[in-house]
Design a protein around this ligand. Sequence first.
Ligand SMILES: Nc1ncnc2c1ncn2[C@@H]1O[C@H](COP(=O)(O)OP(=O)(O)OP(=O)(O)O)[C@@H](O)[C@H]1O
Ligand SMILES: [Mg+2]
Length: 271
Amino acid sequence: MKLIEVNNLTFSYDKKVNVIDGVSFCVESGKYISIIGHNGSGKSTFAKLLIGLLEANAGEIKAFGLEMNSKNVHEIRRKIGIVFQNPDNQFVGTTVRDDIAFGLENRCVPTEQMEGIIEEFSRKVHMENFLDKEPENLSGGQKQRVAIAGVLALAPEVIIFDEATSMLDPRGKREVRESIEEMRKENPNLSILAITHDLEEAFASDEIIVLKEGKVIASGAPEKLLEKPEIFDNTGLDLPFKNKFLKELEQQGIKVNATDSIERIVEELCR
Ligand SMILES: Nc1ncnc2c1ncn2[C@@H]1O[C@H](COP(=O)(O)OP(=O)(O)OP(=O)(O)O)[C@@H](O)[C@H]1O
Ligand SMILES: [Mg+2]
């Protein structure tokens, strides 16, 4: 089922240069999609258009059967959670607990259920011991975790992560990825749209969309995009180690089973 459909979307900040230039794409229920591309390629702008923070100059967005317009934007936003690139601008509460509670209060969640939900989701991101702390005093990575908990607690149908794990260390990234995987298992209809500079992360998704100067220059399953690895040269991103390794072996005319783990391939090569 298509949750969000975008058709020929065009947007410009200055009415001169199109930052988003004729983008079409769709988010299906339960899909995990990554958006990659150079700095300034339009990824964050695209995310802001999807939640109606910016208004397109041309084209259309249809979400949950509703046309994106000033009348429907609030209804649409109830079903889309977003974690922004910069966690500093998204806190409203004086404590972490208040902050997570704020979103729940807006949804009229009964007070007696609230504490349990806050506990559950702060635990998922390992912030349960920080509930009485002031958000300003947290580290960048901790702020991102709180923002993620706040969004997850609202049980949206689609979650947009705009480089939401960029400030986390490798372990933090892995933990957030694991909790997302867990949520997807619990709720197979949850769709994820992850803007990322981490190709390793993008390769874990069902579909990758490559943006360049506001245009989609490639899209499809990660394995399919790898058939033309030069696509990734356009993103300024590094292929995951395994893919670089396989590419190198191929260039040297060495045949291995690409679906094996690196350890297994190395073992085979050492024989
Ligand atoms: N508020 C704004 N006003 C004017 N121009 C903007 C504004 N925000 C972004 N831009 C410009 O629009 C283009 C796309 O920016 P955007 O933030 O969407 O890129 P991005 O792909 O998210 O980049 P990054 O990887 O650095 O986060 C850039 O050229 C940027 O300078
Ligand atoms: Mg951005």
